[in-house]
Design a protein around this ligand. Sequence first.
Ligand SMILES: [Mg+2]
Length: 149
Amino acid sequence: MVIAVDFDGTIVEHEYPEIGEERPFATEVLKMLMADRHKLVLWTMRDGKLLDDAVKWCADRGVEFYAVNSDTSPLFPEERDPNLSCKLHADVFIDDRNVGGLPDWPTIYKIISQRKTWKQIMRTELAKEHEEHAIPYPKWMFWKSARKK
Ligand SMILES: [Mg+2]
């Protein structure tokens, strides 16, 4: 899968043009996605030195991109058809500007690796939480309902 990933506000907290603190588990999850053989594309508004800084920041943490602000890798250049739209070809976009906000990184990993929607993941998590916090059926309720019959 080709996964386009934004930088500011997504991998790191939004401190542009500075580089903010890493968002919890961002690079860990990106490395797991690399290990799962997904192609990561850095898709950011950064350019020039600020872009180089972001790419280096990620590389220092073991995150390597297949391509940067492009569909194709500089390692495997392909002629891009000039008649194609400028929209990036990606299967998934991870961006803090998502409608509904950005899930936390462990949830992003679950969504991609389990090929589920955020809604499906949340429904499962809520069901588990409900089960964990469910009050056991007290005996007196059994006797109370039995008496009514
Ligand atoms: Mg952003």
